[in-house]
Design a binder for this molecule. Structure first.
Ligand code: GUN
Length: 287
């Protein structure tokens, strides 16, 4: 039976440390603040945003929410971002995705000041990650890397197979694993013979959004399995992209859903807000 990688416990530990750091910043007169923008009425986004707000409260980070109408124009959205870029008291800006289809999310991300890009989605952050410079790392990949660190899972020379090529998870995660000397394969919806890839993975990371898609026969005995999926069943239950009950029997380590990667994503966002506050107030920053 696999060792369960407990994201809930690890995230709690990270949040407790951040709370102490936040208090120290406040003693220096710095009050970390996150601004979250949400466009329209996506119900999943509402849950994510609520959880982010709760985490801010718990740590002592100030939180401000901007709820924009579904029919807002690109220019109105970009103007709000530009306004927030200028406000010194706002340390981090997060545009919750998805946004309505008539808007170009990349254009909006590009408008976010690099110094406030706590999601790590701007071209500057992505580019810096790629060339191995210190930057904001997007929160889910960062959370997964923290899990490897905590459980002493060494990536050197390992075959890492990632299913999913999104800008938010798959691509940045591939960069992170590469920087830890793994051999990385990214699979996606057009990949041929998916099972051939997954079967040889020492570390299999699944971020595809298909409930229980990865079954036991697709996994190598002793593999580390990281499930980034969050799917809601008809009964309202949260399940991952991995058939946990069966894969758990052959994996060496596995993350559950819920209680795995999800809580880590939010903890790393909080980490990035604290980092942003420090960097913006550090005269010697190279950041
Ligand atoms: N939508 C789903 N995950 C994320 C995330 O990590 N950040 C943002 N901004 N939107 C998301």
């Amino acid at each position: 039976m696999a060792i369960i990688i407990d994201g809930k416990v690890l995230a709690k530990k990270i949040r407790e440390n951040l709370k102490v750091e936040c208090e120290q910043l406040k003693e220096q007169g710095l009050h970390p603040k996150l601004a979250v923008i949400m466009v329209g009425n996506n119900s999943a986004s509402k849950v994510y945003v609520r959880n982010k707000s709760k985490a801010c409260d718990e740590i002592g980070i100030e939180y401000e929410e901007y709820l924009l109408e579904e029919n807002i124009t690109q220019q109105e959205l970009n103007s709000l971002i530009e306004k927030l870029n200028q406000i010194k008291e706002v340390n981090g800006i997060l545009l919750q995705s998805p946004i309505p289809e008539h808007l170009d999310i990349n254009q909006a991300f590009k408008t976010i000041s690099y110094q406030k890009d706590v999601d790590g989605f701007t071209p500057s952050s992505v580019g810096k990650l790629t060339i191995g410079e210190d930057t904001f790392i997007s929160c889910t990949p960062y959370g997964v890397m923290k899990m490897f660190e905590e459980y002493n899972i060494d990536l050197t020379g390992k075959d890492v197979v990632i299913i999913g090529r999104s800008n938010i998870v798959g691509k940045p995660l591939a960069q992170c694993c590469l920087s830890k000397n793994a051999t990385v394969t990214i699979c996606h919806s057009k990949t041929k013979n998916l099972k051939e890839h997954t079967k040889r993975a020492d570390i299999l990371i699944v971020a595809m959004g298909k409930p229980k898609f990865v079954t036991k026969d697709m996994v190598k005995e002793g593999a580390v399995v990281i499930d980034v999926g969050t799917n809601q069943t008809e009964e309202g239950k949260l399940v991952g992209d991995v058939d946990f009950e069966n894969v758990e029997k052959i994996a060496s380590y596995i993350t559950p859903v819920p209680g795995g990667v999800g809580p880590m994503t939010i903890a790393m966002l909080m980490n990035n807000v604290i980092k942003a506050t420090k960097e913006q107030n550090n005269e010697n920053t190279t950041f």
